[in-house]
Design a protein around this ligand. Structure first.
Ligand SMILES: C[S@@+](CC[C@H](N)C(=O)[O-])C[C@H]1O[C@@H](n2cnc3c(N)ncnc32)[C@H](O)[C@@H]1O
Ligand code: SF4
Ligand code: SF4
Length: 344
């Protein structure tokens, strides 16, 4: 898919969904796997599960059908590491044929599927996570440089995704240089502990700690810097206000935004259960049972959305992913949308 075609596809789908068709959902995320070839210390999504517990290619297509039935037009392939699935291109092609806008979030390893296969299947955007320039313990530019450059030479949209912790906060300027050098956009987020139960021991993660005097100073400095850069650069997708919230978050303020999970987005796990958001590790229950994608239908989808909304209350608005979802994924902010589209 050419970048121009992807841009117009995105805008068409966005405006149709916003002003004409009023779909039940806009955004769907599918965990095509929870396995990963890396081991990021902060990761809340990687799980060591057997490949045979994962949805088959056919089942993933059924998930896409369900999404399509509810009006999902923005489909994210998520993980774990999606490129460990050799059938990824099949699913991209399937979603593409249904007219959906597709994005894959990857660490750039492309171990079990080639770049060409993913590109030829018609992916709209490849989102590559880079946390460092050379540090081998982190997702680093040196390891993906060649693949990143190959992708940039194709006609698909390429963006970067960068997660800041104490371990790599001194590299932010260099990472921003990459986006300017390649003229590709970036979204930046702060490493954080999920407010939902996970299997991570957060004491050992290099996260900035809420309420810690030194960490507050450091994060305030970074957030001022990034807010300023975001005002000046078309390539930083997050709005300045998102970075400004980091300062309040790290000071431990009770942030009062409403989580939008479930409102217009739905997430399906590697084994087919319905999750409230990508940070959640346990399924949504309906009538006391874990809810599977196969159970979703037009008559219960509003109850499911209500259940997801209820489950978000336990997070007590303490999660930065919410602003991330709100600003980047909820598709409600038109200037922001245009910035995203222009950056493909
Ligand atoms: C979970 S990964 C899945 C896709 C792929 N493996 C990757 O690394 O991009 C998607 C994004 O979630 C981010 N992430 C994972 N754990 C996080 C955490 N505790 N805090 C903030 N971001 C996190 C990663 O940095 C990555 O950009
Ligand atoms: S590469 Fe992605 S999925 Fe894998 S451990 Fe790192 S953040 Fe998690
Ligand atoms: S507040 Fe919302 S986005 Fe954040 S972890 Fe909870 S449900 Fe997910």
């Amino acid at each position: 898919m050419s970048r121009l075609k992807s841009k117009s596809k995105f805008l068409k789908l966005y405006f149709l969904s916003r002003f004409f068709s009023h779909p039940t959902l806009n955004m769907g995320t599918i965990f095509v796997t929870r396995r990963c070839d890396r081991n990021c210390i902060y990761c809340y999504t990687k799980k060591n599960v057997d490949a045979n517990q994962e949805l088959s290619t056919q089942e993933s297509k059924e998930v896409i059908d369900k999404f399509n039935e509810f009006g999902v037009w923005y489909l994210a392939f998520y993980g774990g590491e999606p490129t460990l699935r050799s059938d990824l291109a099949d699913n991209i092609r399937y979603a593409n044929n249904k007219g959906m806008f597709t994005i894959v979030h990857t660490n750039g390893s492309f171990k079990n599927i080639g770049i060409d296969e993913v590109v030829n299947a018609g992916i709209d955007v490849v989102d590559i996570a880079i946390d460092s320039i050379t540090n081998p313990a982190l997702k680093n530019y040196s390891e993906v440089k060649e693949k990143l450059e190959r992708l940039i030479r194709t006609d698909v949209g390429v963006k970067l995704n960068h997660c800041i912790t104490k371990e790599n906060c001194d590299e932010t300027t260099k990472i921003l240089w990459l986006t300017e050098h390649y003229k590709i956009p970036i979204s930046i987020h702060l490493g954080e502990s999920s407010p939902l139960p996970t299997n991570i021991n957060y004491d050992s993660t290099p996260f900035f700690k809420r309420g810690d005097k030194d960490d507050i100073q450091e994060v305030e400095k970074i957030s001022r810097f990034l807010a300023d850069r975001s005002r000046k650069s078309k390539l930083i997708i997050n709005p300045p206000e998102y970075f400004e919230v980091w300062s309040r978050f790290i000071r431990g303020e009770n942030l009062k935004w409403e989580c939008k999970a479930g409102k217009s987005s739905l997430c399906i796990d590697y084994n087919g259960v319905v999750l409230s958001c990508v940070s959640a590790s346990s399924p949504i229950n309906l009538d006391g049972n874990a809810l599977y994608y196969k159970d979703l239908n037009k008559s219960n989808i509003n109850n499911v959305k209500q259940k997801i909304k209820e489950s978000t209350l336990q997070c007590k608005s303490s999660c930065l992913s919410c602003t991330y979802m709100l600003e980047n994924n909820s598709m409600m902010n038109i200037p922001r949308i245009l910035k995203i589209v222009n950056s493909f």
